[in-house]
Design a protein around this ligand. Sequence first.
Ligand code: NAP
Length: 327
Amino acid sequence: MKAVLVKSPGDADQLYIGEAPMPETGDGDLLVRVKATALNRADLLQRRGLYPPPPGASDIIGLEMAGTVVSRGKRCQRFQPGDRVFGLLPGGGYAEYVAIPEGMTMPIPDNLSFEEAAAIPEAFLTAFQALHWLGGFREGHIVLIHAGASGVGTAAIQLVREGGGRAIVTAGSEPKLQVCRALGATDAFNYKQGPFAEKVLEVTHGHGADIIIDFVGASYLDQNLTAIAVDGRMVVLSLLGGSVAERFDMRKLMRKRARIEGSTLRGRSLEYKIKLTTDFSQYALPRFHSGALKPVIDRVFSWKEVSEAHRYMEANKNIGKIILRID
Ligand SMILES: NC(=O)c1ccc[n+]([C@@H]2O[C@H](COP(=O)([O-])OP(=O)(O)OC[C@H]3O[C@@H](n4cnc5c(N)ncnc54)[C@H](OP(=O)(O)O)[C@@H]3O)[C@@H](O)[C@H]2O)c1
């Protein structure tokens, strides 16, 4: 089969479409013809040789896909050849075919294209996990979402809105703030125009954020501890602003009775990811079907333009997901 391969670890020009062996399928796996996949920040790191796939996973890049079932292992029961499915992958999405455990797949709602479905798994499952499983999200909660226009950020805003909470975001440009507001954020701050913490306290009348979904890490830690509410929880999903904090005033942590929790999705056990996929499907698929939740797509590239797509993400240009059509 054809797949996107890496000549040698490095920049986006190292990517090319070459020949790779067909994936091996087990009794519980579906073999899927991939129609679309989507970019993730982890792909950029993996391309540079800085994020090796977990043991047993394909070493082809790609953490999600949407496509058509070609065949199924003898323990599979839910899907038939020809069914349209999508889901998270531990790797291997930038290819014509993938093997995926049946429990990790979801049926594509009839109203969504392959490109739209491919935009959902990483962004929405990560946001759902961070809010509902880790953050203890409830109706009425105030949630501060950093990188609000990112794939995960745009998903989190919608899930907060759907759950009856209030989303406040930070992002780096006015067009990004506008999209966040259109998705349901009540307040949106450009972090390049000054600190956000006091603004969050101001618009929440001193309450602060019950949950913070953070992708920035070290450079935001002090401000996050100012902006967090008493008994608040912060879920750290990425460290785009560095990993070693120069200032960490533990008094703030203690006075706020705050909790900080880190998480990565890719390295979780198969059992965990199947449970998350099942829980998410029950909550979200009817809402995608009704249009209450929408995948947010910035651009669709042909996979022949994969290097350009990677450069586009590296330039922080995207609002929502960048899709690769496997054509
Ligand atoms: N832990 C997990 O389980 C998990 C799962 C999925 C994704 N992630 C991570 O979550 C992050 C978002 O993923 P994504 O695919 O949604 O990303 P994305 O769409 O590429 O968006 C990332 C955005 O972050 C902002 N940003 C970059 N550097 C920044 C900095 N130093 N300070 C503040 N903002 C910065 C940029 O927007 P602005 O223009 O607003 O700055 C950028 O567009 C990624 O880092 C990804 O690796 C983690």
